[in-house]
Design a protein around this ligand. Structure first.
Ligand code: T4K
Length: 368
């Protein structure tokens, strides 16, 4: 192959549809600070996601960081190192200590059976990640959180539109963060949200993303600035009209990968979880070099040589980042370490041509 294929490609509405959506902003000159587009998107997302409460943010990271702030956590937070930098950084930037729990071999989510041994009198919360759109063991996690009086806050950055037992996945836990980054199944260019079912969180989140301002005379909390602007919200309004069609197209691409790669010795493909409606956000493949005959890194290099930019999401583990050197030992989570060293996420987006999927699979299977 001699094409430049990136790991993903942003979904965008037709140019004219977006222009129509933003036209009124030239009349109102109201560009940010919870304007009409912001309010409309918030309403529409609540209905689409089936969540009682939702606050929009400038991006997923700030949504998570500010959510942890308003939860008033202290001490230690049990979480996964097999994630994007954001999850761990959000914990640390709140002055909290991440305690890393290992992940499950099959779906790469936090291993609920290993959490209790990590709980101390300093633990205040669990922050699991529905990584790649795979749903965590939500019932077990709820049970542990309840028994130990811990907050349960999900990083659901990958989970737009995912359902578990017919319930929007953002309904689980005390609150969930979604990312609407350009690379996600649903995007607002940059953007994110916190979904919650506790009404008390609504005002807290609203104030914290706008400097803690209540009104012109009152500033309630030490907030920051993480408001979604009107242009981003307008992009979301447009993209939301098409998101079901986008997910359906992703499914076709995903299934073509499954068809081409299923049963190949030494390759572990994404799992199908019971009761889960997928969003086909990522296509992670785990390589067993002994059986497949080639390492993940070798396959990555060969794909790159042919213009195919697969990505090593998530390598290195966040516990191995140089900014955390000396604080954690990645060997404490051996499953996560092994998966991070052997996983490759293949290109996946709604209009990736099926012949390109075939070409990518051919390169993978060719071996060196
Ligand atoms: N928690 C988790 C578990 C997450 O995965 C993330 C974000 C967050 C929290 C934080 O949410 P946000 O604050 O981002 O809303 C990308 C994304 O930037 C990041 O949102 C995402 N996770 C992460 C998994 O992937 P990079 O550094 O790999 O992005 P980049 O610039 O290399 O882009 C990847 C590919 O996407 C490009 O090769 C082409 C395509 N792309 C990229 C951009 C920027 C587009 O098609 N359009 C674009 O505008 O992090």
């Amino acid at each position: 192959m001699n094409k430049n294929i990136l790991v993903t490609r942003s979904s965008m509405p037709d140019f004219d549809e977006y222009i129509d959506e933003i036209r009124e902003l030239w009349d109102t000159h109201w560009l940010t600070n919870m304007g009409v587009k912001h309010q409309e998107l918030e309403r529409e997302l609540k209905a689409y996601l089936g969540v009682p409460g939702l606050q929009l943010f400038t991006n997923g990271h700030m949504a998570l960081e500010m959510l942890l702030q308003v939860m008033k956590l202290e001490g230690e937070v049990i979480t996964t190192p097999f994630t994007f930098a954001s999850t761990t950084h959000a914990i640390v930037r709140n002055g909290l200590t991440p305690v890393f729990c290992d992940i499950r071999e099959d779906d790469y989510t936090i291993d609920a059976d290993k959490i209790e041994s990590l709980i101390t009198d300093k633990t205040s919360a669990i922050v699991p990640v529905h990584v790649y759109g795979n749903v965590c063991e939500v019932e077990k996690l709820r049970d542990i959180a309840d028994r130990y009086g811990l907050k349960l806050i999900y990083d659901a950055a990958h989970c737009f539109g995912v359902k578990y037992k017919d319930n929007g996945v953002a309904n689980f836990g005390d609150a969930s963060m979604l990312s609407f980054h350009a690379t996600k199944v649903f995007n607002t260019i940059e953007g994110g949200a916190v979904c919650f079912n506790n009404e008390a969180l609504r005002d807290e989140l609203y104030f914290v993303k706008n400097f803690g301002i209540v009104d012109e005379l009152h500033v309630k909390t030490v907030g920051g600035n993480a408001k979604m602007n009107e242009f981003a919200a307008a992009m979301g309004i447009c993209n939301l009209r098409h998101v079901d069609a986008e997910i359906a197209k992703r499914k076709i691409v995903y299934e073509r990968y499954m068809e081409r790669l299923d049963g190949v010795p030494g390759l572990k493909l994404p799992v199908t979880q019971p009761f889960v409606k997928k969003n086909y956000a990522y296509f992670p493949v785990v390589f067993d070099p002994e059986v497949f005959g080639e390492s993940r890194d070798r396959v990555y290099d060969r794909l790159l040589a042919e213009g195919i930019h697969a990505r090593k999401y998530f390598y290195p583990l966040t516990s191995a980042f140089e900014c955390y050197e000396g604080h954690f030992d990645p060997k404490d989570t051996p499953v996560a370490l092994k998966i991070s060293e052997s996983v490759l996420t293949l290109p996946l987006y709604s209009d990736l041509a099926l012949e390109d999927v075939d070409g990518i699979c051919e390169v993978i299977l060719r071996r060196a």
